[in-house]
Write a protein that binds this ligand. Sequence first.
Ligand code: HEC
Length: 219
Amino acid sequence: MPRNTAGIPARLAQAFAVLVCFSITAPSLSALDSTKPKRHFRVERPADLTDADALTIYTQILGEIVAGYALSREPVASEYRHWRRFNRAPYRSATHGERYVSNYGNVEAEAYARFEAGGRMPAGALLAKDSFAVTQRGDVFTGPLFLMEKMPAGFNPASRDWRYSMIMPDGSLFGETKGPGSARVEFCITCHKAAGDRNDHMYFVPKSHRVRFGNEDPE
Ligand code: HEC
């Protein structure tokens, strides 16, 4: 039987995800306090994790994060962790529910390593962003897996042929562009569109956390 790693009913988990997803302007982690932590992993200084702390926590819980996503049976959910990671340490993403996130790309998405100079991604490029949250009390939760997959030309001009999807920590699919729950991931397109055509709707890792691969344009 699929295990709900968050220890809360799947529907509640979804409502919770929506809540956190939309707390873009005034993110508050207090909403997390009322839900039961999935386990007693607690950090002492949760408010602003140092990169080193964020990386330590991430390294410790990655296996568990992936085990949850893998329940979806989507190959990407377990494969992504072996791909190239583009950020030095997890960073807190205000636009993805104030969660600590990491960005990975498959071989087809290797141009992502050049960030703004990468140009348009080819069909087959897959970008995966995993996440975890830390409450003010220091409880650690696994968060959703955010995916952008470049589909063949004509798939969906409005999203520049990106298919957005979100897999919940318990492996359930929250929504997928042009697939089940498509309306639930419309907001991904809306925001990513603002990144512009020149960036192919991508926002890239914040400069402070980029891995320098030595193949980017000089600034
Ligand atoms: C309010 C704006 C906003 C919304 C809504 C949003 N994103 Fe993002 N997304 C960003 C920003 C900004 C970045 C880069 C910085 C970061 O990670 O916070 C990003 C980065 C990403 C990346 C890495 C590729 C890139 O653009 O650099 C993926 C994958 C991603 N988002 C998926 C999603 C999915 C899936 C959804 C919907 C479930 C979503 N995003 C909703 C703003 C948004």
